[in-house]
Design a protein around this ligand. Structure first.
Ligand code: CAA
Length: 286
């Protein structure tokens, strides 16, 4: 465990927040997971428990470790309960106004030593830092989905993030047995600046009837050795999140090459958000 960090707060118990809670709890950190919706917290604990049971079945952990991991996670509906955390990772919806409110409120309630991190996939860390009194202790820690499986954490340095904050975040990532890659603050950082235009282009191929959904995914899986096709991946990430990220790239660079595909917009408007809604480019049983 990191010599300084024992208590990790997480705001937002969606797919990313619950995955982040799981990996910290498995490494022995005391985790406080906060969400306004009680149902969301319950779903998060169920998912974590399901993942841990699979780990027990596969002999990766023993039943005692599963129980200890679950005991390491406390749930809360009020962000003030996170006030004593050494680091807080925000994983709420990908919307600047929503994140801004969370950061301002955490800044008010937490000790000045607490590092505030965002799991944002594309929003400016520098802008989020500017709503706080501690811009040197604000950083991006961008985990990948599914969090328990993916090795990368993209660590994003805002303009005013201090070297100590970056070093602490990189250390923490190492303790999770993941790999930190440091990048500078820019719309979409590196991960989504490269990934999302590829996904958007795959959607254009379907929209313009260049190929079917299966054809596009098969080309990328069999031809480029991607573990899943871009449309399957878009369904996993969530089409609403893909659209949010494309909008951030489009407005951030003011460049038409980042315009979201009309089919992506239409599917999001229809509530076809991918796996989480049961319908995206593919259909899923709930
Ligand atoms: N939670 C926990 N474990 C999971 C999981 C989940 N949601 N999904 C899969 N796994 C585990 C499985 O249990 C399995 O473990 P074992 O083999 O040890 O039992 C392992 O992962 C492999 O799973 P599967 O055999 O079911 O399927 P797979 O071999 O196709 O792997 C995958 C699944 C790891 C998701 C793989 O398809 C993959 O790497 N896909 C690409 C994922 C990716 O690109 N993620 C980044 C998205 S971008 C992002 O997150 C950032 C953003 O800002 C949008």
């Amino acid at each position: 465990m990191h010599p300084v960090f024992h208590h990790i707060g997480i705001v937002g118990a969606g797919t990313m927040g619950s995955g982040i809670a799981q990996v910290f709890a498995q490494r022995g950190y005391a985790v406080s997971l906060c969400d306004l919706a009680a149902g969301q917290l319950e779903r998060a604990l169920n998912t974590i428990d399901k993942n841990l049971r699979r780990d027990v079945e596969k002999n990766r952990i023993n039943p005692g470790q599963r129980e200890q991991t679950l005991r390491n996670i406390q749930t809360h509906s009020d962000v003030n309960a996170l006030a004593k955390s050494d680091m807080i990772i925000e994983a709420v919806s990908e919307n600047f106004e929503v994140k801004k409110k969370v950061f301002a409120s955490l800044d008010d309630s937490c000790a000045l030593r607490t590092i505030l991190a965002s799991n944002t996939s594309s929003i400016s860390i520098t802008q989020l830092a500017s709503v706080t009194q501690r811009p040197d202790r604000v950083i991006g820690m961008h985990f990948m989905n599914p969090v328990p499986v993916m090795k990368l954490v993209e660590v994003i340095r805002g303009v005013r993030t201090s070297g100590d904050t970056v070093a602490a975040a990189i250390d923490l990532v190492g303790n999770l047995d993941k790999v930190a890659v440091e990048v500078n603050d820019s719309p979409g950082f590196v991960s989504n600046r490269v990934l999302m235009p590829m996904i958007n282009e795959a959607i254009f191929c379907v929209f313009e009837e260049v190929g079917t959904v299966d054809a596009v995914d098969s080309v990328m899986k069999l031809g480029m050795n991607h573990p899943m096709g871009p449309l399957t991946l878009a369904d996993l990430i969530g089409l609403d999140i893909c659209l949010d990220i494309m909008e951030t790239l489009y407005t951030g660079f003011n460049d038409s090459k980042y315009r979201p595909c009309p089919l992506l917009k239409k599917m999001v408007a229809a509530g076809h958000l991918g796996r989480k809604s049961g319908q995206g480019f593919y259909q899923y049983s709930q």
